[in-house]
Design a protein. Structure first.
Lengths: 96, 487
């Protein structure tokens, strides 16, 4: 199975990645090989088999709805590339 | 003083308790060793010498008051994807290069409460995606046994540091073999616990249904000590299991008479299995039999599909987990971008390395509209069949024995351009992550080139005690762990 350059670009757009021309080339080649290998899964009959997303049986983890210890606001923002008045700041998204 | 760094955790703990040495002496000895070897080995991304000495001083005060645990004053290092308050946590990535966590991971909190000393943060493949530590954005780590070889990965810095006495023990993480495979390549002991046994709170997520934190140590007893320190339910990780934690050292000494060990028939014929690894494995089976264990042939019929299922599931979860790196709340932001979409794209594209991008693309593709059933759903169904294989196998035996990696450590650069070959080297380890079962790698021999070979013991869910006990007896009988690399 191959993955075309257009397909790589489509998926990159979904993943919010901007790829250079040569990256698109190598990705389409290398991912193509991986997908070819993954096609092995088609040999397995999975009719009626339930998909597993967690290997251990899990129950909902409920807890009391009460106040706990939380990070201070200054700590929350300590790694932010840009913040302003207790908000994360990003480039302008509304044109006036 | 450098010789102190060669101590195991349990040996050092005895000396500390008897006040023959202080934690400050021990910690300085290890810091000296790091200073001497770091240029050669490249195990550390950050050495936190100052805070380590401060922690050692408080450990000594604690010890003088008679307040001592098995970990008090013991210098430990941590893979650089476990959050440490005040020490940067890079995940081996440019995108988190300057990330300074405002909180400690639960395992770090537990280590600190026990009085352990945190030496620093260890090199790794970016976001734990890799089997050689060559995908770190910062440096190459070299195998202490042969510096032209990889240490394994993704916890390559951790395994190399333990092997080279650049820490007494370490914490790594294992999503498809990232603790066990480097432990095997560096001749040390590495455990991936049962999924849910150790809290993942504060572990930078790669594939949330597969990730587990575990110890890398110089011997099995040390591994049991660290497991007892870090395991347990944590309200901050809803997937951690509310189960009592045994003292993992408790039953180490019970003998192996009557223990039934399963040897999967599929593994012997596995393509690419090195003859030296195979013969070390067969010798290990004989050693265990001589100790009274009964080895039986078992079958894991879906083994051939595990790598394919894994390389759909892990990248799918990763693509979703790594969506959070958008340059808004933390991590790298490209300051040139003038609009929001461009800012997301450029921050991610400049911040992530090639392998991470590859896996994000594979994962996004598998989850995208029109492909979901053929990839993610199919792989998750195959995962069910793999779990079922283990369930049936554990009706026949208590422990499953296998090699860890199909070959000893390979040369730096050998597989770096060929992701598929790199993925295939995870064949013996990753199904334990798919099934959520515990596994340990311990040394079981050396190649003619002098490179360590590892042996894997797998147990059923929450049977770490049994896994540790079997490994401990093998270690005692074989003593491969006592050999040290000449650096």
């Amino acid at each position: 199975m191959k993955i075309s350059k257009d397909e790589v670009l489509r998926v990159a757009e979904l993943a919010r990645l901007e790829l250079k021309q040569d990256e698109v080339m190598t990705l389409s080649e290398k991912i193509g090989k991986v997908l070819e290998y993954i096609a092995l899964l088609n040999q397995v009959d999975t009719t009626g088999i339930f998909p597993t997303t967690h290997a251990i049986d899990l129950n909902n983890a409920f807890r009391e709805d009460k106040e706990g210890e939380h990070l201070e606001q200054k700590d929350v923002f300590s790694n932010a590339p840009e913040s302003e008045n207790g908000h994360f700041a990003v480039p302008k998204i509304i044109k006036i | 003083m450098e010789s102190l760094s060669a101590l195991t955790i349990h040996e050092a703990a005895i000396h500390l308790k008897k006040k023959k040495i202080s934690s400050c002496e021990l910690t300085r000895s290890v810091l000296d060793r790091i200073a001497k070897l770091e240029d050669k080995i490249g195990a550390y991304i950050t050495v936190a010498a100052e805070s380590a000495i401060a922690q050692a001083k408080s450990a000594d005060e604690r010890i003088s008051r008679g307040d001592i645990t098995g970990m008090t004053g013991i210098p430990i290092a941590v893979k650089d994807l476990i959050c440490t308050r005040g020490i940067s946590t890079t995940c081996g990535s440019k995108i988190l290069e300057h990330f300074n966590p405002p909180y400690d991971a639960t395992v770090i909190r537990k280590l600190k409460e026990s009085g352990a000393v945190i030496l620093g943060k260890l090199n790794m493949d970016e976001f734990a995606m890799g089997s050689s530590t060559e995908y770190s954005a910062f440096k190459i780590t070299r195998n202490p046994w042969d510096q032209s070889c990889i240490p394994g990965g993704s916890s390559g810095g951790a395994a190399a540091a333990v092997s080279a006495d650049m820490c007494l023990g370490a914490l790594g993480s294992d999503t498809g073999g990232s603790i066990r495979q480097p432990a095997s390549h560096c001749g040390v002991v590495g455990m991936k616990p049962t999924y849910g046994r150790v809290s993942r709170y504060g572990l930078v997520a790669f594939a949330s249904s597969l990730d587990q934190i575990g110890p890398i140590t110089k011997c099995v007893r040390d591994n049991a000590i660290l497991m007892s320190t870090i395991a347990g339910h944590d309200p901050y990780d809803s997937t951690s299991v509310p189960m009592a934690v045994p003292d993992f050292c408790r039953s180490l000494d019970e003998d192996l008479k009557g223990l039934v060990i399963g040897v999967p028939k599929e593994y012997e014929s596995s393509e690419g299995l090195d003859p030296e690894v195979s013969s070390a494995f067969r010798a290990a089976v004989r050693t265990l039999e001589a100790m009274g264990a009964e080895c039986v042939e078992i079958s894991l019929p879906h083994t051939a599909y595990a790598v394919a299922a894994y390389y759909v599931i892990a990248p799918s979860e990763a693509s979703s987990n790594l969506a959070r790196y958008d340059g808004v709340k933390y991590g790298f932001r490209d300051q040139e971008a003038k609009d929001l979409l461009k800012m997301y794209k450029r921050s991610r594209s400049l911040g992530f390395g090639a392998e991470v991008k590859r896996r994000i693309i594979i994962g996004t593709y598998s989850l995208s509209s029109g492909y979901y059933d053929a990839y993610y759903k199919k792989a998750s169904q195959v995962r069910t069949l793999i779990i079922e294989d283990y369930r049936k196998a554990f009706q026949m035996c208590r422990i499953i024995l296998s090699p860890v990696a199909p070959t000893p450590a390979f040369k730096i650069g050998e597989k770096v351009e060929d992701p598929l070959t790199m993925y295939l080297s995870d064949v013996f380890t990753l199904s334990a992550n798919l099934a959520g079962i515990p596994g340990i790698s311990i040394p079981c021999g050396f190649s003619t080139q002098g490179l360590p070979i590892g042996l894997q013991f797998l147990g059923n869910h929450f049977e770490e005690e049994e896994v540790l006990r079997a490994a401990y007896h093998f270690e005692k009988a074989s003593e491969f762990h006592l050999k040290k690399p000449k650096i």
